[in-house]
Design a protein around this ligand. Structure first.
Ligand SMILES: Cc1cc2nc3c(=O)[nH]c(=O)nc-3n(C[C@H](O)[C@H](O)[C@H](O)COP(=O)(O)OP(=O)(O)OC[C@H]3O[C@@H](n4cnc5c(N)ncnc54)[C@H](O)[C@@H]3O)c2cc1C
Length: 254
């Protein structure tokens, strides 16, 4: 809620009518810029090159949008912020909402020692050609420089998606992967939605797929099989005991 986010669809609504920055030049950055432009006052896309890597259609929609500005050949060097103090403390100290404590939000020492909430107040933008740095006032910075799923440990085990490196490929609408008995659900296999609810749904699908797989393999009912075997063993022991008593009444609880 402080204004640094990697999810425009999740957090964009918190900056309705405010000025925000998007960092990136790919499809994600373009989509996020268009989402934010619906609610934010001005959206500024900060991109380190002089052209977007995004698809032509998306890039054109961004470049033609009346609420979106573009800072080419630029990078965000630092995110600046201010502390939001208790309103009563502010009043007594004669402060107002525009007071800018000018803290670096990425400097961990800026958060030590008090519980005050920190919010974005701007960003230091660097011109990559000249090296010149300027302060750009804004209330949120959305980082859209791509996602890399932590799936390197699956290299050589499952297949990955051709268009989205690192994302596990699943078979059709199932969560099955190229490796039998391995299922993928959530962000690791979904470059499109990456939402909590879609991931949870995929998790439920993976559980069902895994259960079906176990039952197809005849491995699904091990507990029931174990119980049946145990019961048969106990009954056999009881019968042996009866036989050894030569017909005398046998009570297992004696
Ligand atoms: C800042 C932020 C804000 C967001 N806000 C929203 C929102 O408001 N609404 C929304 O719907 N979505 C939101 N999302 C997206 C949402 O969090 C994800 O889509 C969702 O958490 C994905 O769920 P998942 O189970 O696939 O992965 P994760 O939640 O990332 O869980 C993966 C788990 O696997 C563990 N793990 C990784 N590698 C290994 C390994 N080798 N062995 C064992 N465990 C491992 C990780 O530690 C982690 O616990 C947000 C995401 C971010 C980053």
């Amino acid at each position: 809620g402080g204004g640094v986010s990697s999810c425009a669809t999740c957090d964009g609504h918190m900056f309705m009518g405010r000025d925000v920055i998007i960092v990136g030049g790919g499809d994600t950055a373009m989509e996020d810029a268009l989402v934010l432009a619906r609610t934010s006052r001005r959206v500024t896309v900060v991109h380190r090159r002089d052209r977007f890597r995004a698809s032509k259609v998306l890039a054109e929609r961004v470049m033609e949008h009346p609420s979106i500005d573009i800072m080419w050949n630029s990078t965000v060097q630092r995110i600046k912020g201010k502390k939001l103090e208790d309103p009563s403390a502010k009043k007594s100290a004669g402060r107002n909402d525009d007071d800018d404590d000018d803290i670096d939000l990425d400097d961990e020492s800026s958060s030590s020692g008090d519980d005050a909430k920190r919010v974005v107040s701007g960003a230091i933008i660097r011109d990559v050609a000249t090296g010149e740095e300027t302060h750009f006032p804004c209330e949120a910075v959305f980082v859209a420089i791509g996602h890399t799923p932590a799936t390197s440990f699956l290299r050589g085990v499952v297949d990955f998606q051709d268009d989205h490196p690192g994302y596990v490929r699943t078979v059709g609408k199932t969560t099955r992967t190229s490796a039998r008995g391995i299922f993928a659900a959530g962000d690791v296999s979904d470059p499109s939605y990456r939402q909590a609810i879609t991931s949870a749904g995929a998790g439920a699908a993976a559980a069902l797929d895994a259960e079906r797989y176990l039952s197809e393999e005849g491995l699904g009912n091990e507990a029931a099989e174990f119980e049946a075997e145990l019961l048969a063993e106990l009954m056999a022991e009881e019968n042996d005991a009866k036989a050894s008593l030569g017909g005398e009444e046998y009570n297992a609880y004696d």
